[in-house]
Design a protein around this ligand. Sequence first.
Ligand SMILES: *Cc1c(COP(=O)(O)O)cnc(C)c1O
Length: 379
Amino acid sequence: MREGLILRQFLLGQISLEGHMARPAQVHIDISALQHNLQRVRDYAPNSKILAMVKANAYGHGLLTCTKALAAADAFGLACINSAVKLREAGCTKKIVLICGYFTREDLALISKYNLDFVVHHPEQLNLLKDFTSSKTLNVWLKINTGMNRLGLDPADFDAVVADLQKLDSINIECIMTHFAASNDQNNTSIQNQVDIFHSTIAANNSYPISLVSSAGTINCPELHNDWVRPGIMLYGVSPFANLSTVELGLQAVMSFTTKLISIYRCQAGDAVGYSGTWVCPEEMMVGIAAIGYGDGYPRHVPSGTPILVNETRSAVIGRVSMDLIAIDLRACPDAVIGSDVELWGKNLPVAEVAAHAETISYELLSQITARVSRTETV
Ligand SMILES: *Cc1c(COP(=O)(O)O)cnc(C)c1O
């Protein structure tokens, strides 16, 4: 009996050669889709350099896998200096920009040692910089706050900061940048206001390269491409716009997040499913249990009805998401069996759709998949 079960699990690919049961939750990365999307950025912005945003472990896709695949980009953007060091130690020689700047003197020492570019967004940062002697030239990206009110120099401080930096021998101003608060909202007038503030701020220092746009502006605002575009989400095959799909933008989904059914059972009308019984079966029906939960990074707060694919057939999550498991309504999928493939998001189910049900954005779902999920890639 037990041997039969083990054989069956092995045939289903749930048991590894070592004989233990491998959890079937998996992230699969499609390298050629990533490279295709980088080429789409080139098509959209043929005259600009590309600062490929790979922060947060390349939006959850894997930093080293993605930077290797994105060798045709001109630079990589990161938030954490530790990731930048890891990337250099893995052999990356491309320009790396620390988009949140630096916080300590030790950071500056690493910046110099590993040849990292960095953002200056606050006059306070200059105090550390003035006291730091570097044998190498340090490349600064100056960030102006033009209305998002997150990171960036007050426009009133800009000329003085430029003058201070120009006095420092080891500093090169590489680029002047800003970030838009609502670049993916096509009806929003804030972009033009921010562009106007940007240009009036740099009027007295307008000979430096400029960088304004992320994915949304790369697609939508050709007049704002300037010297550097900074795409993130579109590289991973996710549309930055609610009303335009991945396919409509000529992009390809890079990540597929999948698992398998590990149990199936029949419920009667009136049976409640999962913690607190938030979902009650309206009729006699089959319910599937998949090996995925919030412990893997699947969002806990998706409601019943959230789409999920079983054997590529659109089905629905029912009841509460647990740490390791979810329940699925199998009425649309009568041929489902233990071991059937389940896609949480990917090529056939856009992550944006799941994000909408979870009342969040694709960025969060992609970047919060946990370490216990196994990872594979194909070229
Ligand atoms: C993350 C980030 C981007 C990329 O934004 P997407 O919407 O993912 O294209 C661009 N610029 C800055 C400063 C960022 O922090």
